[in-house]
Ligand binder design. Sequence first.
Ligand code: NAD
Ligand code: DAU
Length: 366
Amino acid sequence: MRTLSNVLVTGGAGFIGVNFIHTLLNRTPAFTGRIINLDALTYAGNAASLADIEKQFGNSNTTGTARYFFEHGNICDRSFVETLFKKYDIDTVVHFAAESHVDRSILGPEAFIKTNVMGTFTLLDAARAYWQNSNTADKLFHHISTDEVYGSLGETGYFTETTAYDPRSPYSASKASSDHLVMAYHHTYGLPVTLSNCSNNYGPFQFPEKLIPLMILNMLEGKPLPVYGDGKNIRDWVYVEDHNSAVWAVMQKGVTGEKYNIGGENEWENIKLLDTLIGIVSEKARLDPVKVRGAIIYVKDRPGHDRRYAIDCSKIKRELGWQREVSFEAGLEKTVDWYLANTAWIDGIRSGEYQKWVERNYGGRG
Ligand code: NAD
Ligand code: DAU
């Protein structure tokens, strides 16, 4: 078991990072260290999602035992990143920060190359420089990646850790590139790294451009439900807390230089998922499901739309003893409940750049 003391979380104000910080500080007694959250607060980042954490664990808490520090900055900014390594004596990096939305990468790839490739390089190189004369046994750089690096599956088969990379969107190409850099820093410089490739996450705090929260909010607002192509693309869905418990297992026990696939073993065609979601939202929000189903519209397909993702996660189960805890039904219910209860968060995150972007690119469809 590793001792993790001063943990630099990048992208901790985004969907998965926010959930990770909540879990680590509130529900993980084995973690007694500090979290330093480095986030640029792009359209997808929201510091308000961590207001409770700031209050309880931040600098302003009254006990003088702060364990949470927010640092507003860009992972591409080398001198700022170096300052943070020194200031907090960072021994662990969990690298979530990224441009994460495939549609945006198609409309504007440059930000993806900057953040996902150059940003990851900057962090790796800063970690190498800071840790170069110290014992790397108690250091770790954990990189969060995606199953999209493996490309698209046909009707059968699964992605394993040895599946050849075949990224097909600017997003997945930028993530594949970052994965290769992470492994190159391990093999070339001996940097202690681990890497995980996860399938589609869902749950609280997810930005409403991604399928599940977008559809929930459109249902509640009586808007069209846009399905790409024939709706038969398949994704493997995992509840965000199950992803994060897997990340924590890798951070504690993962072998350096190894990669681990994480997935929900839970494949759904988009259109079938939407049908199930309509049932849940209609019941909870007292909507007429027939009317909600009538709002489904088939729209132009995403260019290069990967047909099917499915993860074989037997390695992490076998070697690290990880297992999922949240069923899809329970996870969807929790997610819908959360979006129904958190209208202020939704209004806040949609009030700025995102709405302008939706208007520009989709004419207000989102
Ligand atoms: P997100 O878009 O919700 O959040 C990304 C966060 O990174 C935001 O807080 C944003 O402000 C921050 N950020 C972006 N550019 C930055 C920069 N240059 N410097 C500092 N901070 C920056 O993303 P997410 O869904 O939480 O995904 C987190 C990670 O998990 C990503 O690396 C993504 O590729 C990976 N991942 C996501 C999923 C998924 O289904 N969401 C699945 C597998 C892997
Ligand atoms: O597989 C992991 C990846 O999952 C992560 O690496 C990405 O960061 C994350 O965004 C997600 O990528 P997807 O492209 O699979 O997620 P998205 O929610 O954008 O779309 C899920 C599926 O739903 C996909 O087949 C496209 C389809 N879709 C999406 C939207 C937004 C629609 O049919 N209509 C929509 O409006």
